[in-house]
Ligand binder design. Sequence first.
Ligand SMILES: [Zn+2]
Ligand SMILES: [Zn+2]
Ligand SMILES: [Zn+2]
Length: 268
Amino acid sequence: MKFRFTGTGDSAQVPCFGCDCPVCARARVIASARRGPCSAEVEVDGNRYLLDAGHMDLAARCERHRPSAILLTHYHADHVQALLHLRWGRGEPLPVYGPKDPHGFADLFRHPGVLDFKAGLKPFRPLLLPSLTVTPVPLHHSKPTLGYCLDDGGGRLAYLTDTCGLPGATERFLREWQPDVVVLDTGHPSSVIKPTNHNSLPMALQIIERLDVSAAYLTHIGHDLDRELAESPPALPANVRVPKDGEEFFVGPMAQPSMALYRMGDAR
Ligand SMILES: [Zn+2]
Ligand SMILES: [Zn+2]
Ligand SMILES: [Zn+2]
């Protein structure tokens, strides 16, 4: 399967509106330093699956290659806001899967348009999509939130955002499931001592160490964490990468062992 980060930012994105910190100032002039709403896409056997829908240009992205389905982690605005526009599109219904959340977001459920909202997924009960098995796992967040364990028969990737720590049952499942790659929420810098809703960098690194995976990527990165990585870079383990928007890689047999490692100088 091919995995692509379409957005690696937090809800404020980078640059953050009105902020004149060095990270945001740089992101205003260097496109590769920007971070859009946390989201990704997966391609397997010609099927394209979206993970979340926060990018406001989602309709244009979907026109180029209509997705087979959309998987929503949860109904916070930065993960679903583009659906408010996309729903008024044309063509075949677009299946949308997500956690059971009666409140959802705004009036999406009342006026779904072209979106075909499926019944809320049950944790640990696999969803069989063409060429992809998706096992939802519960996460710790302020709204019902699911991580997705993706298996195309050749590789396994766990996409885990938004979360502060991991529920015990999810961590036990992941240790047994043994993903090749983990993508993990790292919404707070190290200076946040008591994080809520999102992992701090030390928390994320501890989780990655406990899961004992060969490759891990951080996501849901805000300007505060980018600033920490640029100004006082911690020694990240060799298996941990800080991706940029648009970065992609293969999981499974086509994976490239020489996948570019994150280097401190690349942070900003
Ligand atoms: Zn800033
Ligand atoms: Zn959230
Ligand atoms: Zn979020």
